[in-house]
Write a protein that binds this ligand. Structure first.
Ligand SMILES: C[S@@+](CC[C@H](N)C(=O)[O-])C[C@H]1O[C@@H](n2cnc3c(N)ncnc32)[C@H](O)[C@@H]1O
Length: 325
């Protein structure tokens, strides 16, 4: 009879963290169904649930996706796509397909998440031609390297790994031909907050230490010491989800400090209220007409509790430190 290791608290905690992947994708799918932005691929990863999301949540996701995409696209433009992207804790993110459709793919697009999430993502890709066809089109040979927990092709690679285990992460990225000489963009969207500060410092330090020309975009909570932040923490704790990294989410300065003390040359951070006000105004007027917002205060509070922080190292002097809003 097969013996199974008993479940531990850390298994339960990791399971709750993995569940956040569905939350993010379900919210993104709902917002796209309302017309906030277009994502023809997300429908193949998550089903539309009957549950409606509040207009504040939809606008928050709009700002998140537009904000991150703005920096990602600027990096691809500055490097003329002669670069790599590594999406850490990518979940069911669909950026690879967007970039393929827009003809702005980097040399190679990597994603990392827990093996269980990666297995699900690979299952969807294999089952749906709308996902697998664009991938095959970017691949030179007939066969893709595919096993349950990783997928590798010329331009797209998904790796099952725990981001808290740097040596195993690095070994897997090298196995799939990450090139430390190429300009490299790291993206983490609501991911570092689930690791303790020591673990996330180690991860961003490793990135700065290993790549001479790089940018790191981190989207996550900020201003978490106030009452609203406390309620956000309690809501997640009720679902067994612990924000182990919340100490780094106290302020924009604490967000910046993580990068400044780990070898990055320059760092910027903005709360999402500011990002929201800097997004293109014509699209903003469009999305603000999509759903009626009773009162603006809740949206403002929500946006003030998330941030984008981006850090740069530019040994090749490509001008990536000029990237911003
Ligand atoms: C809130 S979801 C965000 C997913 C995606 N970045 C997005 O914005 O749609 C957080 C993701 O980070 C992943 N994650 C968190 N901690 C991780 C770790 N230690 N190793 C690998 N993945 C992790 C989770 O499995 C989950 O898919």
């Amino acid at each position: 009879m097969a013996s199974h290791a008993p479940f531990t608290d850390s298994d339960t905690a990791d399971e709750a963290v993995r569940a956040t992947c569905d939350d993010a994708s379900t919210c993104k799918r709902f917002a796209t169904s309302k017309g906030y932005w277009s994502d023809p691929y997300i429908q193949y990863f998550v089903r539309q649930t009957g549950e409606r999301k509040a207009p504040e949540i939809n606008r928050g996701y709009y700002a998140r996706v537009q904000g991150v995409n703005h920096l990602l696209d600027a990096f691809l433009q500055k490097t003329q796509c002669d670069c790599q992207v590594v999406n850490l804790g990518a979940g069911l993110d669909t950026s690879f397909w967007r970039l393929k459709a827009e003809n702005t793919l980097p040399k190679k697009y990597f994603e990392v998440d827990f093996p269980m999430i990666v297995a699900r993502k690979i299952h969807h890709i294999k089952a749906k031609s709308q996902l697998s066809k664009p991938l095959i089109e970017t691949h030179s040979s007939d066969s893709l390297l595919l096993d349950g927990h990783s997928l590798d092709s010329d331009r797209y690679c998904i790796i099952g790994a725990d981001l808290r285990d740097i040596s195993s992460l690095e070994e897997k990225l090298r196995k799939f031909q990450i090139n430390t000489e190429l300009p490299t963009l790291f993206v983490s969207e609501c991911v570092l907050v689930y690791m303790n500060p020591e673990q996330s410092y180690r991860l961003v330090h490793w990135a700065a230490d290993t790549f001479h020309t790089a940018m790191f975009i981190n989207y996550e909570q900020v201003n978490m010491a106030d009452r609203f932040g406390q309620i956000m923490i309690e809501n997640l704790q009720r679902r067994q989800c612990n924000l182990a990294g919340v100490d780094v989410c106290q302020s924009l300065d604490s967000q910046k400090e993580r990068f400044l003390s780990t070898g990055w040359e320059s760092v910027n951070a903005l709360d999402m209220m500011t990002v929201y006000s800097l997004l293109p105004q014509d699209d903003m007027s469009r999305i603000e007409r999509l759903e009626f917002l009773d009162e603006k205060e809740l949206l403002q509070q929500l946006l003030q509790h998330y941030s984008i922080c981006w850090a740069v190292k530019d040994a090749l002097s490509l001008g990536i430190s000029q990237i911003g809003f």
